[in-house]
Every structure is written in structure tokens, then in C-alpha cells.
Design a protein around this ligand. Sequence first.
Ligand code: HEM
Length: 254
Amino acid sequence: MAVSVDDPERQLYAGFNRRRPCRRFRGPPSDNNRKAGVQTAQSRAIACGYSGLQKRRQDGEEGENNYELAQAEACSCASSLCWQERNLHKGRVKCVRPTRENSIGGGFTPTPREADAEKKMPTITRMFTMQEASRHSSRDDCWIVIDGKVYDVSSYLDEHPGGDDVVLDATGKDATDEFEDAGHSKEARELLETFCIGELDESSTAIPEMEILSKKQAPDYARKLVDLSKQYWAVPVAVFGISVVVSFLVLRKK
Ligand code: HEM
């Protein structure tokens, strides 16, 4: 079937059907399948691949294999949906359960036991110093620090309802007050979390400040020391000078 290159959704559908991830997702659904909600599941799988496609476009990560990735995402979503709903089909349909490693989009859904185990696993958080965060303060590369967390909001700047300038002005410093003062909604806060890239390393901020302080103080101490030593040398020199003058006057009188 020839598919217009201008219609990404149809291309995705065609590729998805060609890949045939699972029998349940092929062709028009039978009455039984329709009852079992297969069509909804298929659209959900396509939507899953399509949202990945759009996100890559937004992030400027679109490459030659864009559709393949989206199809793989749709397939892995489909397999996941099948896996979740396998009871509906009484085991007649064989689907491979996607893993976190091979599922590119939202195809992988952990079982309650897996989700529980993951919660207990320590997560590795990237730490950034304020110095490092403040290096990203341009329209193309914009990080902001809110409530001890670092967010890369570069891709969101153009969409920000309050304009990009207010966000750019809030870079390079703790922007918690600015963010709170704007009275952001719950949705805005949830959206913000999707841009989190790490946490602020607050322990290291004290060190550069201390270094700057000690650099500023160093020449003062040195000058004071030189001044003091000058004073101490001046006293014996003055005493010596006075005694020379006095003895000279005394000798002249004699
Ligand atoms: C710290 C810097 C920020 C400032 C000063 C700021 C300021 C504002 C202002 C003034 C508005 C109101 C716009 C209007 O009503 O016309 C607004 C709305 C909004 N902002 Fe921000 N903003 C900041 C950062 C962010 C970030 C990082 C996000 C999300 C990633 C965000 C998400 C939103 C959303 C979704 C709205 C729409 C209203 C709402 O749902 O609360 N903002 N912002």
C-alpha cells in the first residue's frame, strides 16, 4: 500500500501493520475483538508511537530512523497491552512481553511486584553546582533551579504562557521565588517535573564563596603585616637616630 509521506500517522499505521507485533492488532477487528476493546488498544498503541514521534520532532532529534523508532514504540506498546490483557484472550494469543531495555516508548509496564522493587532501589541523581547551572542561560540551552532541583526547560521556552523572557531572567540563580510568585497551577508543577535533570549540589556552593572571600582577604592581611613590621623596625631606628643626635650634641658642648 502506497502511503503519502506527508501523512505521518498513516505511515506509522502502515509500518506498524507490516511489523505485525501481535495477531490481535492486525486488520479490522472481529466482532469478538471489538467487544474485547481491541480497536481501542490498537489506537492506544499507535498513539504511543505517535507521541514518541512528536516528542523527537519537538526535541529536534528527528533522524532517518524516526518512523522505525515510532513503529517499534507502537509495537512494544501493543505487546504490552496484549500482555496486560492476555486473560481476555484465554492465552490463545502469544505476545512477547516488552522489557524496560527494549521498550523505547511507554510499552513497558512493570508488574506491581516489579514496581515495588524499583521503588526500593536507590536512584542515581545527577548533582549540579549553581555555577554549572548558570552556564546554561541562553534561549537554546536554558536551565533553571527551583526548590533545590535543576530543570532543563530549553524545549519549553517557546511554549511558556508567561513568555520566554521571564524564564530566561530566572536562570543562574535560585528561581523558587519567581516560580512561586507567578502562582503556577498544579498542571504547571507536574509539567515542570518532566524537565528535571538533577539536583542542586548545595554543599559545593560554600566552597567557591569561601575561596573568593579568602582571595579578597589575602592582600589585606599581607599589607597589614608589612605595615606592622614597618612600625616595629621604625621604633629601634628612631631610638638609634635620636641617641646619635643627642650624643653628637653632647660631644659638641664638651
Ligand atoms: C521561574 C521562572 C518562571 C516565571 C517567572 C514564570 C512566570 C509565569 C507567568 C507570569 C505566567 C502567567 C502567564 C499569563 O497568565 O499570561 C506563567 C504561566 C505558566 N507557566 Fe510559568 N514561569 C516560570 C517558569 C515556568 C516553568 C519552568 C514552567 C514549566 C516547565 C512553567 C509553566 C507555566 C504554565 C503551564 C503556565 C500557565 C498557567 C498555569 O498553568 O499555571 N513556568 N508563568
